[in-house]
Ligand binder design. Structure first.
Ligand code: AMP
Ligand code: MG
Length: 477
């Protein structure tokens, strides 16, 4: 099979990346191929499953026309500046134009060392590869912009993490892998020429309608305001919103210790490396704004030759994030409570529900899913706390123009029955580590149609029992 590569990033100057191939692995074996995504990319899934396809997915052979490279980037990690990060265990293999005419990166993650590996081995473990596969595909099914998983393979080699585990490679597909940290990399080197090339490349690729660098910055801000609002709408906690993990495309990227909440609590944190709750559920909008301020400051030399003027313009743009996020958040949560109209008190009404859910340890997903029926109150330790809110809600619904049938449909589409609950993800990973991929496959199937009630819904909508509950998630890359 030939892949119609069109590698625009590889045509950028040499200092944007290190051109190199993947390091071979001993004994590749297929875990999964994503048929629907392969079709969207114009790739033959049958071929991807063949020995030749497998060899490519493992990084043992390169398809014709590939221009593999490790991208250079920098970033703030938990607020601390790191002047050089870069692809330390991933390689961009090439870009294709998909069947919708969109440019997509094809990347191997876990493909061996690069000059950016620092002390890392350049490899990925089976656990994190499966987690990213499951969660990114679930996000896509939830309608939330995200990188995708085209395939996963094991390598036949062992990687040493907290404990030894099988090595694996994820084939990741993204609108691009350009991060806030990619801009920071060149800004920190005062390489204004590269910065301008990167900004124009990213603008043309993601926001061709945006005018110039400022238009690009504003478009990224708007995309992130919407993205984070969508995360909050499904109880998603990214866990590592460092500037190197924010894609300027507006796709969710770099699934590490991410997790979906079971019981709602606004300050929820799962990541074992997030000691101070920097990236807690309800801090995500502020942290996104912080990251975007770093993007804005990287772009300053391109915004105006007068630095003070540039700062003024960039600050104004970043200040737009908060109101845009508030509007996007309201849009998401209005839909969740079945409102098609807007009134001043709506935010307060929604916050009152959320506050009561937190106090009463209500399951986030199941409460919203049940809102229209008779069982939402059962989610509350004190069901009366829900009943009081419900009375106010119903009074508000009277002033909303939708028919009950339309409202029920709106709510069904805004409130998934199934999210990839942490205990299910952990079960899928631990079974796979014992060579049983059945729970992984079943979880993929259940999360593929999150808004429908199907044969797997009851089982996968069930919150964890006390001993199944996952309190901490690990990067364990
Ligand atoms: P992350 O926190 O996963 O976004 O990764 C931060 C940085 O560490 C990036 O530059 C990665 O490429 C690098 N990195 C993470 N894990 C490894 C690894 N196993 N080998 C080499 N580099 C790694
Ligand atoms: Mg990263």
């Amino acid at each position: 099979m030939t892949i119609a590569f069109d590698n625009s990033y590889a045509r950028l100057p040499d200092r944007f990346f290190n051109a190199q191939g993947p390091a071979p692995v001993s004994e590749p074996a297929l875990i999964a191929v994503n048929d629907a995504l392969a079709a969207e990319l114009g790739l033959d899934a049958g071929w991807l499953r063949s020995d030749a396809g497998l060899a490519m997915l493992a990084g043992n052979t390169l398809p014709e026309g590939a221009a593999p490279l490790a991208q250079a980037y920098a970033g703030h990690q938990f607020g601390g500046w790191v002047p050089q990060l870069g692809d330390g265990r991933a390689l961009l293999i090439g870009e294709v134009i998909d069947t919708n005419g969109l440019r997509r990166d094809i990347q191997l993650k876990g493909s061996g060392p690069t000059p950016f590996s620092r002390r890392g081995d350049g490899r990925a473990g089976l656990g994190p590869v499966l987690r990213e596969y499951i969660v990114s595909e679930a996000m896509h099914a939830l309608g939330i912009p995200t990188t995708r998983a085209l395939a996963a393979v094991t390598t036949g080699d062992v990687v040493l993490r907290e404990r030894p585990q099988p090595g694996a490679v994820l084939t990741r597909v993204a609108a691009s892998h350009i991060r806030v940290g990619t801009f920071q990399y060149f800004a920190a080197r005062e390489d204004t020429e590269a910065l301008a090339l990167l900004a124009e490349h990213a603008r043309q690729r993601h926001y061709p309608e945006a005018a110039g660098v400022l238009g690009f910055l504003k478009a990224v801000i708007t995309a992130q305001a919407h993205l984070v609002a969508r995360w909050l709408g499904v109880g998603f906690i990214h866990g590592v919103m460092n500037t190197d993990n924010m894609a300027v495309s507006g796709e969710t990227i770099d699934y590490g210790p991410c997790a979906f909440m079971d019981r709602y609590h606004p300050a929820k944190v799962f990541s074992s490396i997030d000691q101070f709750g920097r990236y807690a559920y309800n801090k995500q909008p502020d942290m996104a704004a912080w990251d975007l301020a770093q993007l804005a400051s990287a772009l300053l030399p391109l915004i105006d030759p007068d630095e003070n003027r540039a700062i003024e313009i960039a600050t104004e743009a970043v200040n737009e994030f908060a109101p845009q996020f508030r509007d996007a958040w309201l849009e998401v949560f209005r839909a969740k409570v079945g409102l098609a109209s807007a009134e001043d008190g709506d935010a307060e009404l929604i916050h009152t529900l959320l506050d009561r859910m937190a106090v009463n340890q209500a399951d986030f997903t199941n409460t919203f899913r049940a809102l229209g029926g008779d069982t939402a109150r059962d989610q509350f330790l004190d069901p009366a706390a829900f009943d009081q809110w419900q009375a106010d809600w119903q009074a508000r619904l009277v002033r909303d123009p939708q028919t009950p049938a339309d409202r029920a449909e709106q709510m069904r589409r805004a409130n998934p029955a199934i999210i990839p609950r942490n205990h299910r993800v952990e079960q899928a990973i631990s079974a796979a580590l014992s060579d049983n991929y059945e729970p992984f496959r079943k979880l993929l199937e259940a999360t593929a149609t999150p808004f429908d009630d199907g044969p797997l819904t009851a089982e996968y909508a069930r919150p964890p029992s006390q001993d199944e509950e996952v309190h901490r998630t690990f990067c364990g890359t």
